[in-house]
Every structure is written in C-alpha cells, then in structure tokens.
Design a protein around this ligand. Structure first.
Ligand code: SF4
Length: 362
C-alpha cells in the first residue's frame, strides 16, 4: 500500500489524522512546525516528538516526494532552476528567483500542460498528469532548504507560473495555497502568492466564489488584443473568448492590493504593433485601476516559431499604454541562460539533463 504523505494535508486534515492515531491535538501543530517552519528532511530531526511517534511516522508516512536530479544557476541574475524527479519517474521544474529585496519561487502544478499555447515549451508533450498537493508544496520546502534558511534567503513570494495550468488542477492547487497561507503551516502572506491562469473563465469564477480558497493574486495570460490573434496563439480562446474573459475579469470583486495582472508575451510581428497596444488599452477601457500589465518579451527556444521583438518596439508598446494611464511594466525574464524563463519549463528526459555532480555547488 502506498504510504500517505503529510504534505498532502491542510491543517484541518492534519489535525483529524493526528486524532485518528489517538494522539493529542497539539501534535498537529508540532508536526506542521517541523515541516513548514524548520523544513526538516527527516523525522529524526523532530526532536520534541516522542521516539514512538517518530517511528510510527517513519513506518506509515513519507516526508519528501521530490528527488533533486539537478540544478543550474544563472550567471546573469543568480536564479536557480531545479529539476525534480517524481515517484513515477516523471520530472518537473521550479525556479528560485532572487530579487533586490525579496525572493520568489516559481512552481509547477502539472507534468506538461493541455492548454496548448503556441509560444510555450511546456505544452509540447501535452498533459501527463496533475501534481499532488505534496508535490506542489514540496517544491517550496526543498528549494528553501537548498538555498538556506537564513532570513535573506527566505522565499516570500510564490508564483504559480511554472509548468501547467494551475486552475486545471483546482483541488490540489487550492490545498497548496491553504498550506502556504496558514499561519500554523508555511504562513506566507496572501498578497505574495500569485496564481497565473491562461484564462479558463469557469475556473476563475469558481475560485472567486469558493470561500475556502484563500484570496491570492490573480494573473491572466492575455497575450493578444483581439480574438483572432489570441485564438491563433492560445487555442483555449475558441471557447473562452477574449470578450467574455475581459467581462469576467471586470466583474470580479475588486480589492486594493489585489490588482489583476495581465500577462502579455510580446511576439515579434504577431501581437507587438502600435495598433495592438492601442487595442489593448481600449480593452482595458475605464477599468485601469483594476489591472497591471506585464509585458514579457518572448524568449525563443529551440524550434520555436516566434521571435523576440527588439527593445525599442517593446518600449514603444509600453509608452502607448502609459499614455492611457495604464500601469505597464516590462519583464525581461530571469534565468534566460538556463531556459528558466517564462514558458520554457518542460518535462525533461533525465539522460538529457546535466548530471548533478557536474555542477558547481551554489
Ligand atoms: S503558457 Fe501556461 S497554460 Fe499555456 S501551454 Fe504553457 S504552461 Fe500551459
């Protein structure tokens, strides 16, 4: 029988499980503290828990569900890409991104992706499977342990922008957000967690209506200013039209500090013209305060059919949005030299990947 993993439990579930074993309720808090605060790698490190309980945990549960295969550190910006192996041999990636005053972790939610965005490397093999809650949460714990537990190394921001469409793995993503934001578990700030969706309208509405889904930030990959172009690069637009999507986003309850991010990957000659910028501004219309636009110049990968627009064109696009008083930022992706940039994470064949021993220790 497959062992349960404690990282699959939110706090309520952990408490119920602890009681079921006949242990006192406070053991749940103790166990959660060791896992999410101290980020221990083994039960033996849980020193204030009795030997008998630790032995029981060892025999009946698992603690780690990801095996580090390799990592690469960018010489340009210090971001680190991790390749993990799952119990069934599949692989996923996560990226640690150090910034001036905080650290961000970009995590994956699926092996592959079914959405099929044309500019994205992840989607090439289609969807293999959803990640479990533990596989999502363990990316945070293991990366934090790897980079160090000192305050300056602390991961404060989590972005669900790695492999997969997070809202297509709704239940496990929801539970991972509960774990990340629960004070008794990881205790991260809700405002520092961002779920990035390709724009599945029904799932976005479900998330906003779901009282047990902690409020976090939403980012939507828009990537075009008209139906035709968006449909060409994001086939999901056929059933989730750009008009319906914008109407939905405009209707969501708006709270200061939770502006919706519109992600816009700029593809040379496809969606980067001045007309596109004006159309995008019109699409946003009077709802300027509700949105922040992130312009992401495309990062070409081997075999990709798109190119990156030059810097001047990108800046011109931004300037047009500014003239409409829209907040727009250019995100030159991090980790370009290690293929860790937006849309470049992919299920890797282990034998094609650099071996751990051949890399310099970070
Ligand atoms: S961009 Fe995101 S949603 Fe689109 S195919 Fe890639 S991983 Fe999936």
């Amino acid at each position: 029988m497959e062992k349960i993993c404690l990282k699959d439990f939110n706090f309520g579930e952990l408490e119920r499980w602890v009681r079921k074993q006949g242990w006192q309720k406070f053991r749940a808090k103790q166990i959660a503290k060791w896992i999410y605060n101290k980020k221990v790698a083994s039960y033996d490190e849980m020193t204030d828990i009795s030997k008998e309980i630790r032995q029981y945990l060892k025999e009946n549960t698992t603690l780690n569900v990801l095996k580090l295969v390799s990592y690469e550190k960018s010489k340009i910006d210090g971001s680190i890409k991790f390749l993990w192996q799952l119990h069934d041999g599949n692989t996923i990636e996560s990226v640690f991104i150090p910034e001036r005053d905080h650290n961000t972790l970009c995590i994956s939610t699926q092996v592959g992706c079914a959405v099929g965005c044309k500019f994205c490397y992840t989607t090439k093999d289609g969807l293999i499977r959803n990640l479990t809650t533990a596989e999502i949460v363990d990316q945070y714990i293991q990366v934090q342990r790897f980079v160090g537990l000192e305050p300056e190394k602390r991961i404060s921001n989590i972005v669900y922008m790695g492999m997969g469409e997070p809202l297509a793995n709704y239940d496990n993503v929801k539970k991972s957000v509960q774990i990340f934001t629960d004070e008794r578990m990881a205790g991260l700030s809700n405002r520092k967690i961002t779920i990035s969706s390709s724009g599945i309208i029904a799932q976005i509405l479900k998330m906003y209506e779901d009282k047990s889904f902690p409020q976090v930030r939403l980012a939507v990959s828009l990537n075009a200013s008209d139906q035709k172009t968006r449909e060409e690069i994001m086939p999901i637009t056929k059933t989730n039209t750009i008009e319906d999507l914008m109407n939905t986003l405009n209707s969501l309850p708006f709270k200061t500090g939770y502006r919706i991010m519109l992600e816009y990957v700029l593809l040379k000659g496809v969606n980067d013209t001045e007309e596109d910028a004006h159309r995008l501004a019109k699409l946003i219309g009077k709802n300027k305060k509700r949105y922040k636009v992130n312009l992401i110049p495309f990062n070409p990968f081997e075999g990709s059919e798109y190119e990156r627009p030059d810097e001047k064109r990108v800046e011109r696009f931004q300037k047009i949005l500014w003239d409409y008083n829209i907040s727009a930022f250019i995100r030159w992706s991090k980790g370009k030299d290690i293929s860790a940039a937006c849309g470049q994470l992919r299920k890797k064949q282990l034998d094609n990947f650099i071996s751990k021993d051949s890399l310099v220790k970070v």
